[in-house]
Write a protein that binds this ligand. Structure first.
Ligand SMILES: [Fe+2]
Length: 249
């Protein structure tokens, strides 16, 4: 049974879990894995959108929340860089129009994302005249959220198993290996923990397909490096659903 919030502001990409998902078969699994990570980002966006207005400017949670939201922003940037530098150039040979469209879509929400990042950094740095305002964060997200989430949905059919079965299989395996290296080199204390605290393990238990010691390290070591961030996430350190309640003033 899914533990997802019934009606989040930004809709998740529907996908039905199968215990038969084969993570070594890139043709069939690539779009499934992309759906999983896109849903991680959508849950993160919903969490920022829904929690921001509940945090008063006087709260000691403002700075941790800003750090949490900035981690989401940089994860989105890193995801799109990986696609633009590694994934799409490979697929462009077979599907030039669709991949070009994906890159064009990245540009459409970039300005709104930058405005959110700029505001969050100004709050974090204590820029003169800039105060925390959770409603402003919501408004900044309204400016780009639908475009971003629509893009995250629409990208999935462009990398469907039907499509990927038409590409050079050795080339696909090489591209996935390079992309996996890109993922390994991301800042683990924010990127990897963000995935673990925004993924519905109850419904999709086999993803991410990591060796048990790596998952253990994420939950028991990396999690604590930015401990103050993750209470805002929809899932706990051990993958249980959680709800953030802002402290009363
Ligand atoms: Fe993507």
């Amino acid at each position: 049974m899914s533990t997802e919030n019934a009606a989040p502001r930004f809709p998740l990409i529907p996908i039905t879990y199968s215990p038969d998902w084969d993570y070594s078969n890139h043709v069939t699994i690539f779009s499934i894995e992309m759906t999983m990570i896109h849903n991680v980002f959508i849950r993160g966006l919903n969490s920022i959108y829904e929690n921001a207005p509940s945090i008063p400017a006087s709260s000691s949670d403002v700075i941790p929340f800003v750090g949490y939201a900035l981690a989401w922003v940089s994860n989105i940037h890193d995801h799109h860089h990986g696609e633009e530098d590694i994934v799409f150039p490979f697929l462009q040979e077979n599907f030039p129009d669709d991949m070009h469209k994906n890159i064009e879509e990245h540009k459409t929400f970039r300005g709104g994302l930058d405005a959110l990042e700029e505001y969050l950094k100004a709050v974090q740095q204590g820029t003169k005249g800039v105060k925390w305002d959770g409603e402003k964060v919501k408004a900044l997200i309204e400016a780009f959220g639908d475009g971003l989430v629509e893009h995250l949905h629409e990208e999935i059919p462009t990398i469907s198993p039907e499509r990927l079965s038409q590409v050079d299989h050795d080339g696909l395996a090489k591209m996935v290996a390079v992309h996996n290296e890109h993922i390994k080199n991301l800042p683990m204390a924010t990127a990897h923990v963000h995935v673990f605290t925004h993924h519905d393990f109850e419904t999709y238990p086999s993803w991410p397909p990591l060796p048990a010691p790596v998952s253990w390290f994420v939950r028991n070591v990396l999690y604590f490096r930015r401990h103050s961030f993750w209470k805002f996430a929809p899932y706990s350190r051990t993958g249980k659903p959680q709800t953030y309640v802002a402290p009363s003033q």
